[in-house]
Design a protein around this ligand. Structure first.
Ligand code: ZN
Ligand code: ZN
Length: 365
């Protein structure tokens, strides 16, 4: 899908939302919409399909880069201050109100003030966060190819890092090794700072790797992903580092069962709350309901955390082409934690799992 196709879909959505134009300032959305990857840029798109306005603004530093990255359908302007320049491009006409949507989840109060102070009479600012995000929910074939490639790179990187062993290395060393291995394999970055957490530290769902050596005979949770070509991957595996306490093995089996059965419930038409409930029921029945305090999963794409949500509070209905994680966990404070996470593309009658690593309990010494 070209960036002009995306702009045209956005135009159609603006009419539905009763907006006359949308100012796109969140840089992830700007990149998705225009292809521009720089650190300062915005896009202005109107709602009139008969007279499409496709304005892109950046500053002098990105003169050459933006010319290379933008489709010819975008009118490109270079300005020292892009928000006032965007304000100048809008005119309401006599006695007419023009409803200009802005992203209230990303535009700062300061920038909102700058913008409001420069708008022509009759142009009204309307909070309209999440419009581009709504279009980003379903991925096209090109996007799916990029997410698949990111997942494959991340799988290969972990396999390589595990080959160097876990026991005796610090959590921090393993996390850094994983990050460097992904970068060397071509990733733009890790999609987030990798989590490596052993023993009782793994009971923290978002543990920060410590300068502490990983002992034998415990569980180690590793949560990581690669950012490749503008798209993220996300995966978690938990490994044994030797003979386990039966309690740890039992928790692992509960999480694995919850993960496999809830993953099998992912398909177009299923509710985010409904799929979450499948995993939650299994974990609750095993006596660990209160140890599973987060949602089952989230969407992944240009951002590692995006819609739709799989959780107790989700009102999402899954659709073909969405990419979601399925990641139940059990965290027993002061004792141990297990999380198993796969990345999957929603299809009409199920899902395509993008994670290629095995899930049965493996021992890595
Ligand atoms: Zn993750
Ligand atoms: Zn995740």
């Amino acid at each position: 899908m070209t960036t002009m196709d995306r702009a045209n879909r956005l135009t159609a959505l603006l009419a539905e939302r009763e907006l006359d134009a949308l100012l796109v300032t969140n840089l992830v959305n700007v990149r998705w919409l225009t292809g521009f990857t720089g650190s300062n840029g915005l896009a202005l798109v109107n709602a009139d399909p008969a007279h499409p306005q496709r304005l892109f603004l950046t500053d002098f530093r990105y003169l050459t880069q933006s010319a290379e990255q933008l489709d010819a359908g975008w009118r490109r302007e270079i300005a020292p201050e892009i928000l006032p320049a965007a304000a100048k491009a809008l005119n309401a006409g006599d006695g007419v109100t023009l409803r200009l949507g802005f992203d209230d989840a990303s535009l700062s109060v300061k920038d909102h003030g700058t913008l409001a102070g420069r708008l022509a009479e009759g142009v009204e600012l309307v909070a309209a966060g999440g419009v581009v995000e709504q279009l980003r929910l379903v991925k096209d074939a090109g996007e799916l190819g990029k997410i698949r490639a990111a997942a494959k790179l991340a799988d290969a990187a972990l396999t390589e890092v595990l080959g160097r062993g876990l026991v005796g290395r610090t959590e921090r060393d393993v996390a850094l090794d994983l990050e460097v291995t992904m970068r060397k394999a071509g990733a733009e970055a890790a999609s987030f700072a990798p989590i490596v957490a052993a023993g009782e530290h793994s009971a923290l769902p978002h543990a920060v790797p410590r300068d502490v050596a990983i002992p034998a005979g415990t569980l180690v949770t590793i949560d990581w992903g690669a950012q490749l070509d503008g798209y993220a991957s996300d995966c978690t595996r938990t490994y044994a580092t030797g003979e386990l306490d039966p309690r740890d093995r039992e928790i692992y089996e509960v999480v694995l069962r919850a993960q496999e059965i809830s993953l099998a419930a992912v398909r177009a038409g299923a509710g985010g709350r409904e799929v979450d409930a499948v995993a939650r029921e299994i974990i609750t029945a095993a006596g660990h309901g209160e140890h599973f305090g987060h949602g089952l999963g989230h969407g992944v794409g240009a951002e590692v955390h995006e819609g739709p949500r799989l959780s107790q509070r989700s009102d999402s209905t899954l659709a073909t082409g969405q990419v979601v994680t399925v990641e139940p966990g059990v965290y027993v404070p002061g004792a141990v934690g297990v999380r198993i996470e796969d990345l999957a593309v929603v299809t009409d009658d199920g899902c395509e799992v993008l994670t290629g690593l095995p899930k049965h309990l493996q021992t890595i010494a």
